[in-house]
Design a protein around this ligand. Structure first.
Ligand code: AMP
Length: 215
């Protein structure tokens, strides 16, 4: 499948993408994960991105488009992919359209995952992420806690609260989402590519996507 997941931070894009990759071997492409790995590895990209990320702001479009142009041409994308957290602005969506046409890639559709703001705020402040960049398993201290001592159940590394998951950064990220990313819903509606899924449970969202794909 070739699908794009739209939704506010904490809407469940990452969880839904992971569940869908297990289903048909499509790869999850999360620009947030790529950037966090670059920050951790201390690369030039990471150094440039870190300040924006810690403040809950978007990284400049030019950096993101460079990453995605390369990533979409890697061989594992041939089986399909789930775009998680990209595009985030109208200029990124416009450039992606041009890039896809150039690479001869046709998306199945765009899914907008719609979740109430209170649910999102609660989810993000209670979220913990595995600090191992090769794992990045997501936990929730209330509904899906990590193992004893806050260790990841999959790889045993410590789980952490991301720097951009403090209340201040979250509120900034939601404002940025409303201002810069929410207009993409109208953009893809006009393109005739949008499917809205209202759901706080990832299983409901995954089933709706499978049904839309006819699977
Ligand atoms: P995420 O894990 O998708 O919430 O992304 C974490 C942070 O990475 C965001 O708050 C942005 O600073 C940055 N980021 C991720 N994807 C993008 C993108 N497509 N455009 C700009 N910044 C991004």
């Amino acid at each position: 499948m070739k699908i794009m997941l739209l939704g506010a931070p904490g809407a469940g894009k990452g969880t839904v993408a992971k569940l869908l990759t297990a289903f048909d071997g499509s790869v999850q492409i999360s620009t947030g994960d790529i950037l966090r790995a670059a920050v951790k590895a201390g690369t030039a990209l990471g150094k440039e991105a870190q300040g924006f990320m810690d403040r809950g702001e978007l990284v400049p479009d030019s950096l993101i488009m460079g990453i995605m142009e390369q990533r979409l041409q890697e061989p594992d994308c041939a089986n399909g992919f789930l775009l998680d957290g990209f595009p985030r602005t109208i200029p990124q969506a416009e450039e992606l359209k041009t890039l896809m046409a150039r690479l001869g890639i046709k998306m199945d559709f765009v899914v907008s995952i719609e979740v109430p703001r209170e649910v999102i705020l609660d989810r993000l402040t209670t979220r913990r992420t595995c600090s191992n960049s090769a794992c990045q398993e997501i936990y929730n201290v209330k509904s899906n806690p990590p193992a004893e001592g806050g260790k990841c159940k999959k790889c045993g590394s410590p789980t952490i609260q991301r720097a951009d998951e403090t209340e201040e950064a979250i509120s900034k990220r939601l404002d940025v989402y409303n201002e810069k990313t929410a207009p993409l819903i109208g953009f893809y509606e006009k393109e005739g590519m949008l499917k809205k899924v209202v759901g706080t449970s990832s299983d409901v969202v995954v089933n709706a996507i499978k049904a839309a794909l006819g699977k």
